[in-house]
Ligand binder design. Structure first.
Ligand code: PMP
Length: 402
């Protein structure tokens, strides 16, 4: 190799690319891959729940019976039998939904993360207001930020987003409201029925869509889901779903349910992005779920996560000092912890990683004005004995600072 090959290129990057920053947390958390680290940091589902054998059998059948279609390019909108299954699931489940959803409203996406990107693409202009919860999903902020919005934080309390906070002054000019009613990432909060009704009513007259991102809805520990906002205002809510938390995230299968006018624009945007979500994995998902597999599989995930969550809550109660508070999630994968105001969880993370315990500091989940004394704990991938050990070590570090 001659010396000139070693020089850094001097290419001009886009304004947008220049504004991208890499996360300090990501650097610190790199060490969490070491086996001795007890990590409450990951947002990963438990691999113990992945139905590998069902997937293998489904793949074999697909490659035997329809190899050409499974390995060929396919429609941008997605595999029709999967879109029909999703529409029927929302239309038939009267406890949660019970509205008529048409397959033509369903767009299969490459994970719901892609859904967030596509919504940013078709709805957000530079400096246009985007309403988000306080705090909100970091990955949504990353997606929308590519389109350079002006974030407006909406106030929340222990029950999630406060509908009364959405005053005309706050929402003026907004392009979308991004909300997670079920077991929110990062706080694990669930929005009560009355608030869902209030938001759905507001959606019917608001000049912007409410995005209902719902990857965790099926994971309520009691098996008593609350109705989606989609079921209350099917023509005004844009609903995002995902198979990542109920099957496996590596499949990258999610979906958007949207009114047809927006659906059409999203399809155009998706075509430019990746033509379509992989034909093969869409068929695998459909083949695995089409005869009711999820109805027996989801309760096993719920039971596992309920026990893991109980282990985490019990450890927090036994080890955390006075002045530290947390919520008691009714589902999902996360607990949100608030430390005494003077403790910065980013600094705590550095010390904690040195003691082989990891978590995600809360600051990056805020679009504006981060609250630095917060942190997110994920409990689903750590065995209960290790949860105890990890929480005890973390609590000792906090005790030394209170
Ligand atoms: N939305 C939320 C709230 C999430 O927590 C996640 C995953 N962590 C996603 C969307 C993206 O999930 P996926 O792309 O795997 O469907």
């Amino acid at each position: 190799m001659d010396q000139s090959d070693l020089q850094a290129p001097t290419w001009q990057l886009s304004e947008r690319a220049r504004k991208l920053t890499s996360s300090a947390i990501r650097e610190i958390l790199k060490v969490t891959e070491r086996p001795e680290v007890i990590s409450f940091a990951g947002g990963l589902p438990s691999p113990a729940t992945f139905p590998a054998e069902e997937m293998r059998e489904a793949s074999d059948r697909i490659l035997r019976d329809s190899p050409a279609a499974a390995l060929q390019y396919s429609a941008t909108e997605g595999y029709m039998p999967l879109r029909e299954w999703i529409a029927a699931r929302y239309s038939n489940n009267s406890a949660v939904n019970g509205v008529q959803i048409r397959p033509s409203q369903v767009l299969i996406t490459t994970g719901s993360q892609q859904a967030l990107d596509l919504l940013g693409k078709v709805l957000v202009c530079p400096d246009s207001p985007v309403l988000v919860e306080t705090p909100t999903y970091l990955g949504a902020l990353q997606s929308f930020s590519m389109y350079e919005p002006r974030y407006v934080q909406v106030a929340t309390d222990d029950n999630g987003l406060i509908p009364e906070a959405l005053t005309p002054e706050l929402t003026a000019g907004a392009r979308l409201l991004y909300a997670q009613p079920n077991f929110q990432n990062p706080t694990g909060r669930r929005l009560p029925l009355e608030r869902r009704r209030a938001l759905a009513a507001m959606a019917q007259t608001a000049p912007f869509p409410i995005i209902e991102d719902d990857p965790y809805g099926a994971l309520d520990y009691a098996g008593e889901p609350l109705p989606t906002m989609l079921s209350m205002a099917p023509n005004h809510i844009v609903h995002l779903g995902s198979f990542s938390k109920v099957l496996a995230p590596g499949l990258r299968i999610g979906y958007i349910i949207a009114p047809e006018e927006l659906h059409f624009k999203l399809v155009q945007a998706k075509q430019a992005t990746d033509l379509h979500t992989p034909s093969f994995t869409q068929r695998i998902v459909h083949e695995v779920i089409k005869d009711g597999f999820l109805d027996t599989h989801i309760p096993t995930i719920r039971a596992l996560y309920r026990d893991q969550c109980a282990a985490m809550l019990s450890a927090l109660e036994r080890f955390m000092p006075q002045g530290v508070s947390w919520n008691r999630p009714e589902g999902g994968m996360f607990v949100w912890v608030t430390l005494p105001a003077h403790i910065d969880s980013m600094k705590l993370l550095e010390e904690s990683v040195a003691q082989n315990v990891a978590f995600v500091p809360g600051g990056p989940f805020y679009a504006n004005e981060p609250q630095h004394n917060t942190l997110r704990l994920s409990f689903v991938t750590v065995p209960p004995a290790k949860i105890d050990e990890g929480v005890a070590r973390l609590a000792a570090l906090i005790r030394a600072r209170v």
